[in-house]
Design a protein around this ligand. Structure first.
Ligand SMILES: Cc1ncc(COP(=O)(O)O)c(C=O)c1O
Length: 269
């Protein structure tokens, strides 16, 4: 992972090359596809499929996983802003349907838990893990019917606004925290994926992570680069060790975010 705060400097893809640009955390300064290029430019808008950048893109192809920003167990989309041909939509496969249904069951259990029901975590974990393994298979499939229904009728605008409001709230609450900074939005047409904390050191990050877990706040490490597939600059690995992501999507309300901010300050005191 390169530094999401920096503008992207990407080479012009040559014939037979594909250049993949990721709007990491929905926080990247906007990037404009080069005019003439022999290869293909693909943009990944998973972290904010409704950004102005995604809407106005001139890339050859854009992709987005939808399950990262919408409350659905599976689903992604592919489009070509410049009108290049797209593959036929696939049929649903039996194995995908079974796996995504397991994920959906896990989501329902978690939702009941968050609503205050006292449920064990064992069933949740095994459904979530089995489902994730199943939908990660290389087989291409359509999404399950319930996901298609949610995409069609869900109030995406309101859900995205809530994420943005939650991001602002937590970022403002943590503005005075000396041990960390919050990755800031560069492009006003974007909505951040999560509140990304940049700690002063990797040991502060680990201290904070343990402190939050002890207070039943579950941050994410996006992403560990300890076993990279490709060779990476050491500054990328160093940065990844200092990052901690706090979910701020529409499941959470103002009091949840205030509790998280308190937990951050308590953990670091
Ligand atoms: C930027 C980005 N693109 C794509 C994906 C893959 O999403 P999925 O697992 O739904 O295919 C992820 C997953 O974290 C991601 O962060």
């Amino acid at each position: 992972m390169d530094d999401p705060r920096e503008p992207i400097h990407a080479p012009n893809p040559g014939r037979g090359d594909a250049l993949l640009i990721v709007n990491t955390f929905g926080l990247r300064p906007r990037w404009t596809s080069p005019g003439y290029h022999a290869g293909e430019v693909i943009e990944d808008h998973t972290h904010d499929p409704w950004s102005t950048w995604a809407k106005e893109s001139r890339a050859d192809y854009c992709v987005a996983s939808l399950r990262k920003t919408l409350p659905i167990p599976d689903g992604g989309m592919l489009w070509s802003p410049v009108g290049l041909p797209l593959p036929e939509a696939p049929d649903i496969t039996t194995s995908h349907e079974a796996a995504a249904t397991r994920k959906l069951e896990a989501m329902i259990i978690k939702s009941l838990f968050l609503s205050g029901y006292q449920l064990g975590k064992t069933t949740y974990r095994s459904l979530a893990e089995d489902g994730e393994t199943g939908i990660s298979s290389k087989e291409i499939s359509a999404i399950i019917p319930i996901s298609a229904v949610v995409v069609e009728c869900f109030d995406i605008t309101r859900w995205r606004q809530k994420r943005y409001a939650n991001y602002r709230l937590l970022a403002d609450q943590l503005a005075d925290c000396k041990e960390l900074s919050v990755l800031q939005l560069k492009d006003q047409g974007s909505c951040p994926f999560s509140v990304v904390l940049v700690c002063q050191s990797s040991s502060t990050r680990e201290h904070l992570r343990h402190g939050l877990l002890a207070r039943r706040v579950y941050p994410a490490v996006l992403w560990s680069l300890e076993k990279p597939v490709l060779e990476l600059p050491s500054k990328s690995i160093e940065l990844s060790r200092r990052l901690l992501s706090i979910h701020c999507d529409g499941r959470y309300n103002e009091s949840d975010l205030v509790r998280v901010a308190d937990a951050v300050f308590e953990s670091l005191s």
